[in-house]
Design a protein around this ligand. Structure first.
Ligand code: CMP
Length: 141
């Protein structure tokens, strides 16, 4: 059993796409183990994306991620990281496969509708950035 962090980004959340994206998540066999809606401060967004600090797109990324509320979720299944990344599609919506979330709902590399952890260690950091253990439902044995 694996967990990953998913974010419905400000572009998708403000367009009221959260329900559609949650349907796709559940249809793909992922379970939602935790969920909250937050409007990130710049400092919180910078901390979350600290691995990208100094990159040319960092300022724009922080501007975008703080422009409105996001929905943050812990998703759980076998291979949850890969499953959620396949459902999202690649970073650039124009290059993402037909039917993926970023292809359907994203509009640019920056405004790409959704985020997912890329590795188990990243997932552990990202999940605990937003949730403590009491806020995450335990998997059924
Ligand atoms: P995300 O999966 O949230 O992780 C880092 C984000 O940086 C990525 O999605 C993109 O939305 C954003 N980003 C903006 N510009 C670029 C770029 N040129 N290359 C990669 N990521 C970018």
């Amino acid at each position: 059993m694996e967990q990953t962090l998913a974010i419905i980004k400000p572009d998708a959340f403000s367009q009221r796409l959260a329900g559609k994206i949650i349907d796709l998540i559940l249809e793909a066999g992922l379970r939602i183990a935790a969920v909250k809606v937050v409007h990130l401060t710049r400092r919180q967004a910078e901390g979350f994306y600290h691995v990208h600090a100094g990159k040319f797109f960092f300022g724009g990324l922080v501007d975008f991620m703080t422009e409105g509320p996001v929905m943050v979720m812990v998703l759980e299944s076998d291979n949850a990281i890969t499953r959620w990344r396949e459902l999202m599609g690649v970073t650039d919506p124009a290059k993402a496969d037909a039917g993926t979330i970023r292809r359907r709902f994203g509009s640019s590399v920056e405004r790409n509708a959704a985020h997912g952890s890329d590795h188990p260690e990243t997932a552990a950091f990202e999940i605990h950035y937003f949730f403590n253990d009491l806020e995450i439902v335990r998997a059924n044995p």
